[in-house]
Design a protein around this ligand. Structure first.
Ligand SMILES: Nc1ncnc2c1ncn2[C@@H]1O[C@H](COP(=O)(O)OS(=O)(=O)O)[C@@H](OP(=O)(O)O)[C@H]1O
Length: 217
């Protein structure tokens, strides 16, 4: 569901939750949609919010890779990055770049939700230590730590951790074909320019969340 609904409509679409159950909904665009915090807060002020974030530069390239897979004729990443390549002025209106300005989006959410109702999961740690990251998610949701490192194995071919057994099955489960696509090589100067661009926003984001995500090493 990518469309944002009015709070009453949205509540009606959500399954009924019994005592002891948690209803979850996942929509990537909520985090960057201006109206989302007000509407979700109107639906329920107690909603807990979980956001997976990764290095905004890699995120932008991943976003571009996804679009490229659907529209192979789009201009290069390098040309979309700049408003003016000569002056190095970055096109912050390009969604692939805009979405990675996490501190700005978080500011918008903090108008409606306290920080302790928002959990940021590290996309990098989700790959290198899935059980550790999911431990944080379970704690945040007030759940027992049921999912541990025993549930995962690292699949070298896929380059991601996979579940040893999928829910209701005895077979392993890995991420689908559209996850972990190979990214195109991007001009290192453009990557560096983007690193410089994001650094102050990343610093602000680390400060706001109290977590150092390590994107600026
Ligand atoms: N579990 C887990 N751990 C770490 N990384 C993950 C995970 N699931 C998805 N991904 C990566 O996120 C990128 C986009 O996937 P999404 O599932 O968010 O896609 S979507 O926005 O819902 O369409 C996509 O990035 P790329 O690998 O760069 O294409 C996915 O690989």
């Amino acid at each position: 569901m990518t469309m944002l609904l009015r709070s009453r409509q949205q509540r009606e679409l959500m399954p009924k939750t019994l005592e002891g159950q948690i209803t979850m909904e996942k929509t990537p665009s909520y985090f960057v949609t201006r109206e989302a915090p007000a509407r979700i807060s109107a639906m329920s002020r107690d909603t807990k919010l979980i956001v997976v974030v990764r290095d905004p530069v890699t995120r932008a390239i991943s976003d571009y890779t996804q679009t490229l897979s659907k529209k192979p004729d789009i201009p290069s990443f390098e040309s979309l990055t700049f408003k003016n390549r000569t002056t190095g002025l970055i096109d912050t209106s390009w969604s692939a770049i805009q979405i990675g300005i996490y501190a700005k989006h978080l500011d918008n959410w903090l108008q409606y939700f306290p920080m302790d109702q928002i959990l940021f999961v590290s996309g990098e740690r989700l790959i290198s230590d899935p059980a550790g990251e999911l431990g944080r998610v379970q704690d945040f949701l007030g759940l027992k730590r049921i999912i541990t490192d025993k549930h995962f194995y690292f699949n070298q071919t896929k380059g991601f951790p996979c579940l040893k057994k999928a829910e209701g099955s005895s077979k392993p489960h890995c991420l689908g074909k559209t996850k972990g696509r190979t990214h195109p090589n991007i001009d290192p100067e453009v990557v560096q320019r983007l690193r410089d661009f994001y650094r102050p926003f990343n610093m602000k984001f680390y400060q706001m969340t109290g977590r150092f995500f390590g994107w600026d090493d």
